[in-house]
Structures are given as structure tokens and as C-alpha cells.
Design a protein around this ligand. Sequence first.
Ligand SMILES: O=C[C@H](O)[C@H](O)COP(=O)(O)O
Ligand SMILES: C=C(OP(=O)(O)O)C(=O)O
Ligand SMILES: [Mn+2]
Length: 450
Amino acid sequence: MAKSWSPDSWRGFPIKQQPQWPDEAELDRALKQIHSYPPLVFAGEARSLQAGLGQVAAGNAFLLQAGDCAESFEEFSADNIREKLRVILQMAIVLTYSMGVPVMKVGRLAGQFAKPRSADFEKIGDEEIPSFRGHIVNAAGATAAARVPSPERLVQAYHQSSATLNLVRAFTKGGFAALDRVHAWNQEFVASSPAGERYEQLANEIDRALRFMRATGMDTESNSNLSTVDIFTSHEALLLSYEEALTRKDSTTGGWYDCSAHMLWIGERTRELDGAHVEFLRGVGNPIGCKVGPTASADEVLELCEAINPARIPGRLTLISRMGAGKVEDGLRPLLRAVRDAGHPVVWACDPMHGNTFTSAGGRKTRDFESIISEIEGFVRAHRAENTWPGGIHVELTGDDVTECVGGGDELRDADLDTRYETVCDPRLNGRQSIELAFRTADLIRNGDA
Ligand SMILES: O=C[C@H](O)[C@H](O)COP(=O)(O)O
Ligand SMILES: C=C(OP(=O)(O)O)C(=O)O
Ligand SMILES: [Mn+2]
């Protein structure tokens, strides 16, 4: 790997999963426009997140990274963003209380548009058309015309990210995220369904803790520690020309930051050590994630640690394992050992979604809630066995009442999937399944019954 780095040095490396833009001049115009726009986040914010993740790496905090598989240009509304935030906040309270440590909240939002695909083409009847690669690239419609990449979409993605982030900042600082209020939503979940009843005891404990705080004189409504939260943004840094256009030199430190989001991650399909994605992300100062699937060897993971975090900065690198429920325990243990023995201060997070996808009898891409829980259990067991910290979870969810994953307290079945299947890419947990997942994760971490 070349020693010197610049925002465009990735261009000299082999690259995967990029669209075939039909018109280079049009692409250049769009990128120049984005380059001239303001950054979406500030370097100092990325550094605060990195410091928080450093606490996660040390076992003193937990990471909750969650949001859509792919944000949509069509499902873009205040309601949609608010409901997603609501669920993330509800999950975070349950996890914070159960683990007794701060929870760093990172959304897969305000920029999570570009999708890597297993196949470049999709068969529709007798015709092969290019795959859908996320609304930042093409349209989802099942025609060849819809799938033609359009650079204008890069500009639209920037504007949608900007508006989303604006609302996230407003909601999280303006009272929406107040602890009392979020706890009341959790109580509503517990009271309103048989699925929720299981978690009554934990919700009651949180309620008692809040009453205790008020009794000691703490004003839980106006104390800013309890009424505002930080939610950071993240997405897969897949389209490197877009990421390069938003990469700016930080005036306070002189370092380069990718100002499209606070945290960026490298996907399972683009994590080659000598590839363009590792080259680009090793040079920006943001905290970086990297997916680690079942084929990753301990040597490969160590080389990734060295490439991305040679200075061994705690919180700089988050390794997100996505092995599949049946593989995680045995697959992860050698990796945990190798990284621990090499002294790399990484965050280990569990993505229990991407290794557990299957096609339902009715032809829908889906995931079973129990396999998702089972991968988290295997992840926690592997960490207990190696004496390392199961630092976080990384999940695909929405606040809406969709029917995309089977199982959960409402016992969604194959036959229910057609009722409200709205994702533009992978199946997401719905609001109730997400909150249930937080309660189940909290239970297994508290009671050690993984
Ligand atoms: O979100 C992840 C990937 O883009 C997605 O899982 C790939 O799905 P595919 O196998 O249908 O291409
Ligand atoms: C593409 C994704 O995951 P992976 O790279 O792990 O397949 C994703 O997180 O949506
Ligand atoms: Mn996905």
C-alpha cells in the first residue's frame, strides 16, 4: 500500500461495486457541485464520537448503531425520521439501564443510500436489467430505464442527508428525546401487547430509578443531560467519488475528514486490503467501521487493524461481525483472540442481520427474529469465552409497523410479509421487534444467560 495518502489516492487502486455512470461529464458536474457545498458534519463532532467509541473499546460504554438498510428518496418525511429516532432512543434507554454504561447512539441515516449487491444484474422475466444500487444511484423500478444511474441523484442524496440531519439535531436537542418521554413510550409498549408484557419487570425497574432521581431533587425534565441526546450519523462509504467530494481539511487539526457523516464503514464486499475502499478510509480522521463476515481470517483482520489504525487510537476502528447465527461463536473466537493478543483497541459490534437473510416461501427476502437474537447470543458467548467486551449491536430497523422480518412477539409469519413490505433493499425489524430486541439483548447481557 502506498504510504502517501490524498482524498483521491484511492483512484489508483482496484475498486468494486461502483455504478457504470453513462455520462462522465454529467458525473463530474454533480461531484463538483457537491464539492462546493458545505460539509454535513464537523470534524470536532467526529472526534467526540471517536472518544465515545474509545470508551466502548475499553468496555465502559456500548454502541447502538441502527437505521435503514437503504434510505429512500420516496419515504422521506418528518414522520419517518421521527419514528426511526423514537425507536433508537427507546432501545438506548433499555440498554443503558441494563448495562449501566453510556450507550453511543449512531444512526444508519442521513446518507445511508448506496448499496453493494451480490449480483450486477437482476432477471425480470426474460430480460436481464442492472441491479438497483440505492436511490443515490438509480431507481428501484423493475425496468432497464429505471436502473440507469443518474448523477443528479448524488446531489439529491446530499440535500436529503442535510435535511435529515437538520431534523435529527432539532429532535434530539429540542425536547423530543427527554428521558421521561422516551420511558413513557417504553411503558406504552409494555402495556399494550402480550409481546411487551414479558418486559414489565425491567420497565418497572427503570420507572423506579426515575422516581428515585426525582425524589432526590433532580429535575428530570429540564436537566439537559436527561432532556437532550447525541445521535451521530453513519453510512457505508461505498461511492468513493461522492465521499471524496465531501472530504475536507479540518482547520483546527489540519487532518482530512470525510464530512458526509460522523462515522463511515467499509462493507463486507469491499474490504480488500489492497482495494480502493481501505485506501480511502485509512486516510480520513473519522471513526471507521469494517464489516467482518464468515470468510475473514485472523491475519486479514489484523492487517485491516494495522492499515486503518496503525497508531492504535481507541475507538478509531469498529469491527462489525456479521457471521450468521450458526457460525458466529466458532467463527468469531479466533478473531477476538488475535485482535486482543495484538493489543488493538477496537470496538467489536454485532450485525445480526446480514448473515441471516433468506428467501421466504412467497419469494420475499426476510430474516427470522429468533436467528437475529441467536446471533447476538453467540456473539456475547464468544466474548465471554475470550474475556473481551461485546461492545455493541448494528441493526437494520424502521419505526414503522412494517412486515419484513418474521417472528418476534407478534409472531409474524411468511404469509404476513406481503401486508406491509416496504424496504427498498434488506428486510428491517419493525418498531415493536426493535424494542423487543433491545429488551432481549439487555436480558442476556444482565443475566449472563447467553
Ligand atoms: O444491505 C446489504 C446488501 O446491499 C444486500 O444485503 C445485498 O443484497 P443482495 O444479495 O440482494 O444483492
Ligand atoms: C451491505 C451491508 O452489509 P454487509 O456489507 O455486511 O453485507 C449493510 O450493512 O447494509
Ligand atoms: Mn443491508
